[in-house]
Design a protein around this ligand. Structure first.
Ligand SMILES: *[C@@H]1O[C@H](CO)[C@@H](O)[C@H](O)[C@H]1NC(C)=O
Ligand SMILES: *[C@@H]1O[C@H](CO)[C@@H](O)[C@H](O)[C@H]1NC(C)=O
Ligand SMILES: *[C@@H]1O[C@H](CO)[C@@H](O)[C@H](O)[C@H]1NC(C)=O
Ligand SMILES: *[C@@H]1O[C@H](CO)[C@@H](O)[C@H](O)[C@H]1NC(C)=O
Ligand SMILES: *[C@@H]1O[C@H](CO)[C@@H](O)[C@H](O)[C@H]1NC(C)=O
Length: 754
């Protein structure tokens, strides 16, 4: 198609060319529309998931987006991430509703301001300064929000019936070693929101029935293993937001029944391989927001029953490869917000039951499909970068859905961008087409030069085509880009578009360099005989196209090495650089933009500077100075604009690339602005700089207008003829007719001249 297009262009047959282009675009529109009936087998292809018991499959992003795409609502079911403790303990905590109280009080001793219901006593916010004396057969004692600051020896000694005790919000500072003596039946003890700094070993030693111990929001700095002596039934231990810096050598040695430990928001620095050694019953382990930087091998090896593990927001840089090896029942793992440098390729190998994996804010330089494949039951996965989602195609819900270039709904996130794409695409495309047409139809005195310019316009025109395609796909996905983002970036059209853009820029850059050097030879060495002839020029031009094509095609050659080189963002231009790119594609992109292009840019700048100096010198030598000044200014202006347009086009790209070398984070939106505004500058301005403003062209235009006036009567007849031909040829689309009409008009204006 490309070859035919080029041929048509060169033979001045714009009508046929447009028909062909139109046809190509029409074919493209049909691709990946929703394949509704095509998936008959119940097993969906990669990245697709079934609609409940229907045979229909939908891409991942159609599930849980708030729209009933399946028809039976199955795509909006099971969306919440309820794995981990929520499901494990769902049955236990499911009906924690209020117990019905009769208003009767069975207690005969309690202070004023307390509420008594049966044997339960609530003294909330009663201004108490010490533990009051109450009936000995009280079963629930709540002393929340009082001013009790210490718990002396044997203060609860006679309350052997007590099952639940609430002591939060008192600013208790001091707890005597024998404070809880005699509470043989206590099951639940709340001590959160107090001012406890230390707990003495053995303080809980009589609490054999205790299952629930809450110590949140206290400034406790250390706990010893002996502290938990006697807590043989403890099931739930929570010490959120304390100041713990270390954990006892064997945390669970005294608490064999411990199921749940929550140590969020402490200052724990290290875990050792014995910390959880005897925690065989442990089901939930929360350690987020600590300062853990090292997790040795075998730390979790005895946690055979662990269902949820949260290590998020720590300082873990490295995880041993087999750290999760024994966690066969783990359902939920949260590693987000750790400065992890690396994940081993079999890091998650044994987590067969895992349903939810959170890797937010983690770069995975060696990301690959095999890393996530063993986790067959995974239903939720959270990444830093949405491109990683393509490495976990079997996971139904993957977050995030898009990057920053494109918003949630649209490929081009911004109205300005959207408008500009079309404007710049039109200028680039039609400017270049116009020049090609003009140059094909006007006989030039220097045919080799004209050929070079025409070839340059072809390359630049491709940039316009690329921008049109960006605009086209933006419209196609308008309002629902998030659903297609990944499919789009993985798709062939996106890769081909990227190829087109790179081909265009590279050929254009190489041609500009060649044209510059040619001019340089003529001006700096006016008497030498090294001028490329027609054949040499053809060879060089062909060579440039081949080189450009090779540069653009090489990334397709090895998927493992280059990854998806073009599909890194919504506009498919391989500029955006993040640290997780495959080394191959990173190096290659650097090689293109900071190697080839920077070199070409420098050559162009230097060549023009030298040319300018040389022209000035010869002008000074000659006598007719006054005559020369005007011409010299014109030459200077032209040179300046040529270099300037190159600079606008390339300097932003160089800057981005250099910054990325220094690992500066570049906002992703910048890429789309550069790709849409700066990169096409050259392509859009080249026709003006190399043709429309040249004296050759101006002279020809004048001649043309002159002749046109004379032949206008003849012209009118020809025009009506061409319209009627088009009408009979193809009357299916009136829009097409309009386009064709204009083109044949333009065409027939040209004809008489050639
Ligand atoms: C799918 O399941 C629904 C109930 O959830 C049922 O009404 C329907 O008949 C099922 N359809 C098929 C094809 O099994
Ligand atoms: C609680 O103890 C008091 C005596 O202190 C007694 O009168 C009362 O009946 C007891 N109530 C229950 C429910 O045992
Ligand atoms: C724990 O680590 C130490 C070294 O830090 C090692 O000597 C010991 O064998 C390890 N224990 C287990 C159970 O792996
Ligand atoms: C993981 O932890 C972070 C912060 O600690 C939290 O915001 C996030 O919701 C957790 N992820 C899941 C899946 O619960
Ligand atoms: C996945 O989960 C289901 C229950 O949701 C369970 O029956 C099945 O065994 C699990 N698969 C694996 C590979 O463990």
């Amino acid at each position: 198609v490309v070859i035919i297009l080029i041929k048509l262009l060169f033979s001045c047959r714009l009508t046929e060319m447009f028909l062909l282009l139109h046809f190509v675009v029409l074919i493209d529109v049909k691709d990946f529309a929703l394949t509704e009936g095509s998936t008959i087998t119940p097993l969906c292809q990669k990245g697709y998931f079934p609609c409940g018991n229907l045979t229909k499959c939908l891409p991942r992003a159609f599930h849980c987006d708030g729209v009933n795409d399946c028809g039976n609502g199955a795509d909006e079911e099971n969306c919440g991430d309820t794995s981990g403790w929520a499901t494990i303990f769902g049955t236990i905590h499911g009906n924690a509703g209020e117990v019905e109280f009769t208003q009767e009080c069975f207690l005969n001793q309690y202070p004023q301001g307390c509420d008594c219901k049966e044997t339960e006593l609530e003294c909330v916010n009663a201004g108490l300064r010490s533990v009051p004396t109450v009936s000995s057969n009280t079963t629930l004692l709540s002393l929340k929000k009082n001013k009790i600051h210490s718990l002396p020896d044997k203060v609860f000694m006679k309350y052997t019936e007590l099952k639940k005790m609430y002591l939060q919000h008192n600013c208790i500072r001091h707890i005597s070693r024998k404070a809880f003596l005699g509470l043989h039946n206590l099951q639940i003890l709340y001590l959160n929101h107090n001012c406890i700094t230390a707990l003495r070993p053995g303080v809980f030693k009589d609490l054999h029935q205790l299952t629930w111990l809450i110590l949140d929001d206290n400034p406790i700095t250390r706990i010893s293993q002996q502290l938990f002596t006697g807590l043989n039934s403890l099931f739930f231990l929570s010490m959120v937001n304390n100041y713990l810096e270390a954990l006892p050598k064997q945390l669970c040695a005294q608490m064999p029944q411990l199921n749940w430990i929550d140590l969020e928001g402490n200052r724990i620095k290290r875990l050792t391989n014995s910390t959880f050694l005897s925690c065989n019953a442990l089901t939930v382990l929360f350690l987020p927001k600590n300062q853990i930087d090292f997790v040795p091998e075998k730390t979790f090896s005895s946690l055979k029953n662990l269902g949820e593990l949260d290590l998020s927001s720590n300082m873990i840089m490295e995880l041993p490869a087999y750290i999760f090896k024994d966690l066969n029942l783990l359902q939920k793992l949260n590693l987000s917000s750790n400065p992890l440098l690396y994940l081993h390729k079999n890091q998650f190998e044994s987590l067969k039951q895992l349903q939810s994996l959170d890797l937010e804010r983690i770069e995975i330089p060696n990301v690959n499909t095999r890393m996530f494949e063993p986790m067959r039951n995974l239903s939720h996965i959270y990444f830093k970068n949405f491109r990683y989602c393509s490495y976990a195609p079997h996971v139904r819900i993957c977050m995030p859905l898009t990057d920053g270039i494109s918003s949630f709904e649209d490929l081009l996130a911004n109205d300005l961008l959207r408008t500009c794409v079309w404007v710049i695409a039109s200028i680039t495309c039609f400017g270049n087409l116009f020049v090609i047409g003009m140059r094909s139809c006007i006989k030039a005195e220097n045919t080799t030069h004209a050929m070079s310019i025409k070839i340059l316009c072809c390359a630049d025109c491709l940039m316009g085509v690329y921008l049109f395609l960006v605009g086209f796909f933006d419209i196609k996905y308008r309002g629902q880009y998030q659903k297609y983002a990944l499919l789009w970036m993985e798709s062939l059209p996106c890769r081909l578009m990227g190829l087109l853009a790179v081909l265009s820029t590279e050929v254009s850059v190489l041609l500009l360099t060649y044209l510059t050097l040619e001019k340089f030879l003529v001006i700096v060495f006016p008497f030498s005989n090294i001028r490329p002839g027609k054949r040499q020029t053809s060879v060089i031009l062909t060579g440039i196209w081949i080189v450009g094509f090779l540069i653009a095609v090489i990334p397709f050659w090895n998927e493992d090495y280059f990854g998806n080189f073009y599909g890194k963002n919504g506009v498919c231009f391989p500029l955006y650089d993040d640290q997780t790119e495959e080394i191959g594609s990173k190096g290659y992109s650097l090689g293109i933009f900071l190697g080839v292009n920077l070199l070409a840019f420098l050559i162009i700048v230097f060549a023009y500077v030298i040319m300018f100096c040389s022209i000035q010198k010869t002008a000074l030598q000659s006598s007719e100075t006054r005559n020369h000044i005007g011409r010299e200014v014109a030459v200077a202006n032209r040179f300046f604009f040529i270099v300037f347009s190159d600079a606008i086009c390339w300097i932003p790209v160089f800057v981005i690339k250099i910054l990325s070398l220094f690992r500066v984070e570049i906002p992703v939106t910048i890429t789309s602005w550069v790709v849409i505004f700066f990169l096409p500058v050259n392509s859009a301005l080249n026709p003006i700089l190399y043709t429309l403003t040249t004296s050759f062209f101006k002279d020809n235009l004048k001649q043309l207008l002159h002749r046109h006036q004379r032949k206008s009567v003849f012209q009118m007849k020809k025009k009506s003829l061409s319209i009627s031909i088009v009408w009979t040829d193809d009357s299916s689309s009136s829009l097409k007719l309009g386009v064709l009409n204009k083109i044949t008009l333009g065409d027939s204006i040209m004809r008489p001249i050639s």
